[in-house]
Design a protein around this ligand. Structure first.
Ligand code: NAD
Length: 243
């Protein structure tokens, strides 16, 4: 890897693959969630309008799984990177679990929302999600019964895109971890960061659909590949100082 001083800005994009070894299913892999559920029924505004009970059941089950899961070595390594790197380390995740936060990461951007949030579709009020949500739940603010999970569904605009765009424009290093590179706009982040001059690296179990946008690819399970990569990064400035 080209020499880094430790002061560079790093943007990390994570996907379902980083949580796979915590026991949370990915979407598109063999046996992934989309092979068992119809995406158009559980992850679209139209599916929710048609059968809000089924959609709440789906996310209630996802929430229970996420709460029972624990962060793995890859989440922990990113905490070490955030604490040990002098420059800014921003984590942008497509994941709706909270394993980055439970590992100890801070300032994580959940561009696709979070299982831990409830959202009133009428007034936009947000509050912590209970273990089980249902279409009859009252909004604590406007008291209407239009409660939905605070999840960005297909066809909806991901959260905090302006902030993410600014971070990509200022990134020196962009690292995508455990994402298939098939869901836009996240799938276009590597190309965007590369255009702005960032070195782009992919860590994934296999080369992703966006693999051509990366200058370097690390193929392997996140729980091993991410700690190794973080150790290499944190070691670089020290090696330079020692010369
Ligand atoms: P995806 O299922 O499309 O792709 C996962 C990628 O991770 C694949 O390329 C796969 O090869 C790789 N992978 C699988 N196991 C791995 C491991 N142990 N180590 C490293 N890589 C591994 O997921 P995506 O790209 O994140 O797709 C985006 C959508 O998936 C988002 O909408 C996101 O909200 C959703 N999602 C989130 C969760 C979660 O919150 N844990 C779970 C499933 C899906």
């Amino acid at each position: 890897m080209q020499e880094l001083t430790g002061a560079e800005t790093i943007v990390i994009l994570t996907g379902a693959g980083i949580s796979a070894e915590s026991g949370l299913g990915t979407f598109r892999d063999k046996d992934g969630l989309w092979t068992r559920y119809d995406l158009s029924k559980v992850a679209t505004p139209e599916g929710f309008a048609e059968n809000p009970w089924a959609v709440h059941d789906f996310y209630n089950a996802r929430r229970a799984n996420a709460r029972a899961a624990a962060p793995n070595a890859a989440h922990a390594a990113l905490v070490r990177l955030q604490r040990g790197w002098q420059g800014r380390v921003l984590i942008v995740t497509q994941n709706v679990d909270d394993l980055h936060e439970r590992a100890g990461s801070t300032g994580v951007i959940h561009m696709h929302g979070t299982l831990e949030g409830a959202l009133c579709a009428e007034c936009g009020h947000r509050w912590p999600a209970p273990a089980a949500m249902s279409p009859g739940d009252d909004c604590p603010m406007c008291h209407r019964q239009e409660t939905r999970p605070d999840i960005v569904w297909f066809g909806e605009m991901p959260y905090r895109m302006e902030e993410i765009g600014a971070a990509l424009a200022g990134a020196d290093l962009f690292v995508a971890i455990g994402t298939s590179g098939t869901v836009y706009p996240a799938a276009g982040f590597a190309a965007e960061a590369a255009r702005a001059g960032a070195l782009c690296i992919e860590i994934n179990a296999e080369a992703s659909a966006a693999a051509g946008d990366f200058a370097r690819r690390v193929i392997g399970p996140a729980s091993r590949a991410v700690p190794d990569f973080v150790a290499e990064l944190l070691d670089q400035p020290k090696r330079k100082d020692a010369r």
